[in-house]
Write a protein that binds this ligand. Structure first.
Ligand SMILES: NC(=O)c1ccc[n+]([C@@H]2O[C@H](COP(=O)([O-])OP(=O)(O)OC[C@H]3O[C@@H](n4cnc5c(N)ncnc54)[C@H](OP(=O)(O)O)[C@@H]3O)[C@@H](O)[C@H]2O)c1
Length: 297
């Protein structure tokens, strides 16, 4: 049994991909018992089907716990249920950005905690419809010392669902690489309210991207993430923006739906890191503040 904390888009994608009966959602503490969650699943290819996922029962001992809450909800969500599970239960964190993973591992350093970086795309255009909008890859790697010995088992359990999973010993590096791309695309799309490709011609982007990439390069070096020139980072950001030109970023989608964005775990995380290292990050700070203002309206 694989337990999933966070019955949103990504959680439902995992539940749908695992064989029937293999997944259960973890309810919030003190949530009254409810009927199983039922939804329509529209796969990337093929016909729609109905998925029914039960709630985990008291005393169930999952082989794996997937945490698919938004970054800002993650610590609280885990803290509310973790005492139900033995110290040896492996936990995989699926959050975008950085910062939430560090908070969780700092709080439970002796638990086997892994992190995932995924390029799968899922969304819920209607409450009871889950669309697998884009297929991709998922990398999983250990965040705490005790997690190393659970990696292969976790990869095997999740691969059985048919999604493409890779073990990744240097998962922090991979999370950083995704963070760079998210930091260089998402806030612009949210502020400008445009698809990814359209940011490139905007004056906001053109006036600030050099400064942003300088900050990203300095922060990577200070964090031991290697040397990458600002120009190389800009090239990578723009390649992805062009490849995904018509896509709406999750940050823009959150703003449009009036939901809290993950800006505090993307540019906000980088601005906080800058303070720790004594590196000035005016562009990350400006982008963070502008997106925060959008969500508060
Ligand atoms: N969707 C994707 O394609 C995708 C791809 C890559 C990475 N990610 C990352 O994966 C994470 C989840 O994304 P998502 O798109 O699945 O978000 P989402 O659709 O908002 O799902 C999050 C779910 O967590 C639930 N939740 C919040 N607090 C909880 C708690 N204390 N206990 C139990 N459940 C709780 C929410 O319930 P309520 O709605 O009731 O609050 C919601 O159903 C994010 O960090 C995102 O960046 C997503």
């Amino acid at each position: 049994m694989i337990a999933i904390l966070g019955a949103g888009s990504l959680g439902r994608l995992w539940a749908a991909s695992l064989n029937p009966g293999r997944a259960a959602f973890i309810a919030r503490p003190a949530e009254p018992p409810r009927a199983a969650i039922r939804y329509r699943f529209r796969p990337f290819n093929g016909p729609e089907s109905i998925i029914e996922v039960p709630w985990l029962r008291a005393g169930d001992n999952p082989e794996l716990i997937l945490v698919t809450t938004k970054a800002g909800d993650t610590f609280g969500a885990i803290a509310g249920v973790i005492d139900r599970f033995p110290q040896s239960s492996p936990i995989i964190l699926f959050q975008n950005g950085l910062g939430s993973q560090q908070t969780v591992t700092a709080h439970w350093p002796y638990r086997p905690i892994l992190a995932a970086s995924t390029t799968e795309g899922a969304n819920r255009p209607e409450p009871d419809l889950l669309v697998h909008a884009g297929t991709g890859d998922t990398w999983i790697g250990p965040m705490t010392k005790s997690a190393g010995s659970y990696l292969n088992k976790a990869v095997a359990l999740l691969s059985a669902g048919g999604l493409t999973i890779h073990p990744e010993q240097t998962i922090r590096q991979r999370l950083w690489q995704k963070l760079i791309i998210n930091a260089g695309i998402n806030p612009y799309t949210a502020i400008l309210d445009c698809p990814n490709g359209d940011i490139l011609a905007s004056s906001l982007y053109r006036d600030t991207i050099r400064g942003l990439c300088r900050e990203l390069s300095d922060l990577m070096r200070a964090s031991g993430q290697g040397e990458e020139t600002p120009e190389a980072l800009r090239h990578r950001i723009e390649t992805v923006a062009r490849k995904t030109a018509r896509n709406t970023s999750s940050m823009r989608a959150d703003v449009l739906k009036g939901r809290t964005t993950e800006i505090n775990f993307i540019n906000g995380y980088l601005a906080r890191l800058g303070k720790d290292f004594g590196i000035r990050t005016p562009v990350n700070q400006m982008l963070t503040e502008q997106v925060q203002q959008l969500s508060s309206h």
